[in-house]
Design a protein around this ligand. Structure first.
Ligand code: NAP
Length: 311
């Protein structure tokens, strides 16, 4: 099969398009003919070698954590999914930017999404829902799903990002009042989501106090920023603040660090909201597999979600 691969760590130019061995569906997994795979921040970090000491890859490696496509092999022990189903989901640490990928967590793609949107939803929605579930449990352990967010005020740092905008959509759907940080030119799309937008950086607590004079009940740190202590101060309760980035800060302050899990339940919940038009992943750039290097370079520039399409 054709795949994007890198034989050494480095800048986006290390990505080449070449023949690679086809993976096979393993027990509990499905294999898809990939239509699209998204570029997540972790793909860039892994390819650049920034994580090689904690998460070493066997090189050559295929980048990509998530993908969408058509099931073409069903692994032993899988029920409820058939060859021909259109799904989106999560592969391993690095293996989806290719003609075929094995997913260990997946859900039917909503008919309301393009294949690029379905690819963009995998890691982002699983991370956002895992983080919001943790916040919901911190606010009210007796409730399930996101019920505890109803009527609460939630601050999301990084609300314009893939994870943050998914979390914003899910929280708004759950009945939360959401304040989200983003650079000024992304405030329009956030307002369309039903989010009260504000900028990040110095003065955040004053801007948030203007928007929520009654206070903030919980916060989600979904941006590569050093603002976790500010979020804890704004909420006034470290246990009602979750980060998906800052493990060290979370341990020091008493907040939780949450990671995405390869859990099909999370993806099915995201898909259900997608089908109802309540979650529409934003895709800023779509590039073909042949332009995988350019796709990674664009993703490094932070100009919005990049998706690689696989013809
Ligand atoms: N733990 C996990 O399992 C897990 C899973 C997925 C992602 N993550 C991490 O979560 C973060 C977000 O991922 P993503 O896919 O949503 O990335 P993304 O789409 O690139 O979004 C990044 C977000 O961060 C904001 N941002 C950038 N610099 C900032 C700063 N200095 N202060 C405040 N906000 C800033 C951006 O805002 P503007 O674009 O408006 O400037 C944008 O909203 C990444 O660091 C990623 O590594 C963790």
């Amino acid at each position: 099969m054709l795949a994007a691969r890198f034989h050494r760590y480095g800048n986006p130019d290390v990505l080449v398009i070449e023949q690679a061995p086809e993976p096979e569906a393993t027990p509990g997994s499905v294999r898809i003919r990939v239509q699209a795979a998204s570029v997540n921040p972790i793909d860039v970090l892994l390819r650049a070698g920034h994580l090689h000491q904690v998460l070493p890859l066997n090189l050559p490696a295929v980048p990509g954590r998530d993908a969408a496509g058509v099931v073409d092999q069903v692994g032993p022990g899988v029920s409820g999914t058939s060859v021909g189903d259109v799904v989106f989901g999560l592969g391993g640490l690095a293996d989806t930017t290719a003609e075929h990928a094995v997913l260990t967590a997946w859900a039917p793609a909503p008919s309301t999404w393009t294949s690029a949107q379905a690819a963009a939803a995998g890691l982002a929605s699983a991370t956002a829902l895992a983080a919001l579930d943790a916040l919901g449990q911190a606010l009210d352990p007796s409730t399930s799903d996101l019920d505890a967010l109803a009527g609460r005020t939630l601050l999301i740092e990084g609300a314009s990002g893939a994870v943050g905008s998914a979390a914003a959509a899910f929280a708004v759907a759950a009945g939360a009042r959401v304040i989200g940080t983003a650079r000024q030119d992304k405030h329009g799309p956030l307002a369309e989501l039903g989010v009260l937008p504000t900028t990040y950086g110095p003065g955040l607590s004053e801007r948030v106090a203007d928007l929520a004079p009654q206070g903030v009940d919980a916060a989600l740190h979904a941006a590569p920023s050093s603002s976790l202590p500010d979020l804890v101060e704004i909420v006034g309760n470290a246990s009602a603040v979750v980060t998906v980035i800052d493990a060290e800060g979370a341990a020091r302050l008493g907040s939780a660090k949450v990671d995405a899990r390869n859990d099909s339940t999370l993806l099915r919940r995201a898909a259900a909201l997608g089908q109802r038009g309540l979650y529409s992943p934003r895709v800023a750039h779509e590039l073909p597999l042949a332009a995988a290097s350019r796709a990674h370079a664009l993703a490094e520039g932070g100009s919005g979600k990049v998706v690689i399409t696989v013809p």
